[in-house]
Design a protein around this ligand. Structure first.
Ligand SMILES: Cc1cc2nc3c(=O)[nH]c(=O)nc-3n(C[C@H](O)[C@H](O)[C@H](O)COP(=O)(O)O)c2cc1C
Length: 347
């Protein structure tokens, strides 16, 4: 990464500290503070498609459908997974500050955009070691799209990651063996070819990519995709205009085949509730990985193309629905991406 990138200031929302928890104030101020951690969750194209409403001692999570990404995500599957990741951070931060919570998913069938209602318990309970471990990873987790070091991730960490997905009702399938890995890498490359050739896909993606010095509070600054300042000005135009599928396919095949860990996160059902669970499982896995200094990034292309998704499913030889493809390993900490402040996501 070029040194000029260090001149770009770090987005403010990441500088939150638990020391600032307003312990002597009322519940509304406390819950508002806790939402600062929910908004640091990952989201598709950094669209941050979430809204929160504090109602007495309850927090509602709503989908912000104005942030849908309909070409790549026509069913809003990734949109709901993203909200699930924010929901996990919310549950975790509540627990870190001593609140138990009970979550009802889709509590009102007549209002499908109301994704969850989080009821806060009355008693304050001390957090356990695992809550601290995961909580501290919230502000350190960033998607890392650079190649990883050629260093193995220990088996104990991998079993922890599988367990994290299972606790949230999902599964994490680590893709092992050269043939199996190469077969998945080929499907990823095929996905790149198809998406890169699709003008509508390119236009949609380009609209979420911004120059490095952007003031925008959402989307992906060029630096998060490995672009220097000058290249980042031309980035959206290039993404929109040219069929870059072939070049991207070669790059991603190499990343997929060469990363220490290649894994598929999946669910047992294909419903909005299962997608919300997947998002919670995703964030739990990512935070546990980060706690072991393992970073992750995504290679979801073949899951976003329906025919290829069937082939990913067949390759896994297991029941269920592949939802996301992750690669993981060790690398340098990337610069954080922007977030909308809490004031912009409160209803
Ligand atoms: C459901 C979901 C799908 C994603 N898909 C991709 C993807 O296909 N490719 C990619 O590079 N990043 C993907 N991302 C990562 C987001 O772009 C990233 O979370 C966002 O830009 C914010 O950056 P951060 O994770 O560093 O905070 C995905 C994230 C989520 C939650």
């Amino acid at each position: 990464m070029s040194s000029e990138l260090s001149l770009i200031s770090r987005p403010d929302q990441w500088d939150i500290s638990e020391k600032d928890f307003p312990k002597n104030e009322g519940i509304t101020r406390k819950l508002r503070f806790i939402i600062n951690y929910a908004i640091l969750a990952p989201s598709s194209h950094n669209s941050q498609p979430w809204l929160f409403k504090i109602v007495n001692s309850m927090i509602e999570l709503h989908a912000d459908m104005t942030r849908a990404i309909p070409i790549v995500d026509p069913e809003d599957r990734e949109l709901i997974i993203s909200c699930g990741a924010a929901l996990f951070n919310l549950r975790l931060a509540l627990r870190r500050f001593g609140y138990t919570s009970a979550v009802d998913l889709f509590p009102n069938p007549g209002v499908p955009d109301l994704l969850a209602r989080v009821r806060i318990g009355e008693n304050v309970v001390e957090a356990e070691d695992e809550h601290y471990l995961l909580f501290e990873a919230i502000t350190k987790r960033h998607t890392n799209r650079m190649p990883f070091e050629k260093k193995k991730v220990p088996e104990e960490v991998l079993s922890e990651l599988r367990a994290m997905a299972a606790v949230e009702g999902c599964w994490l399938n680590i893709v092992e063996g050269e043939d199996y890995r190469n077969a998945l890498a080929d499907l990823i490359a095929e996905g790149d070819h198809i998406q890169g050739a699709n003008r509508q896909f390119r236009r949609e993606l380009a609209a979420w990519v911004h120059p490095n010095r952007t003031r925008s509070h959402d989307g992906m600054p060029g630096y998060s995709l490995g672009m220097g300042d000058i290249a980042s000005y031309a980035g959206p135009l290039i993404i929109r205009t040219f069929d870059w599928g072939k070049g991207q396919a070669a790059k991603d095949r190499q990343l997929a085949a060469g990363s220490p860990v290649l894994a598929v996160l999946g669910s047992d059902a294909e419903t909005p509730a299962a997608w919300l669970k997947t998002g919670q499982a995703l964030e739990r896995v990512l935070l546990r990985a980060q706690a072991a200094n393992v970073s992750a990034s995504y290679l979801n292309q073949p899951i976003e193309v329906p025919d290829l998704r069937t082939r990913v499913h067949d390759l896994l030889k297991r029941n269920g629905y592949p939802q996301l493809i992750l690669r993981m390993g060790y690398g340098h900490e990337p610069k954080p991406t922007p977030r909308r402040p809490v004031s912009e996501v409160l209803l």
